[in-house]
Design a protein around this ligand. Sequence first.
Ligand SMILES: [Zn+2]
Length: 73
Amino acid sequence: MKLELTFFIGVLLAFFVLIILCIDFLRERSIINVVKKIRRERKTCEVCASVYFFSVTAKYWRCPLCGSMNKEK
Ligand SMILES: [Zn+2]
């Protein structure tokens, strides 16, 4: 009887951990989705050819390295 109880608690704990892991996994996935929704685009500067990641919605963006304005393609 005592062995069964321990087994039961063990199974319960295993399920508990599994559920927590599932919630964590789902939360992480949703966070990734949210991040993806914020459009981060790969931009290459036309002047110095350096690559940056911006969440640009404007038509123009300024290069952080050389300070030149770049047009959205
Ligand atoms: Zn540049």
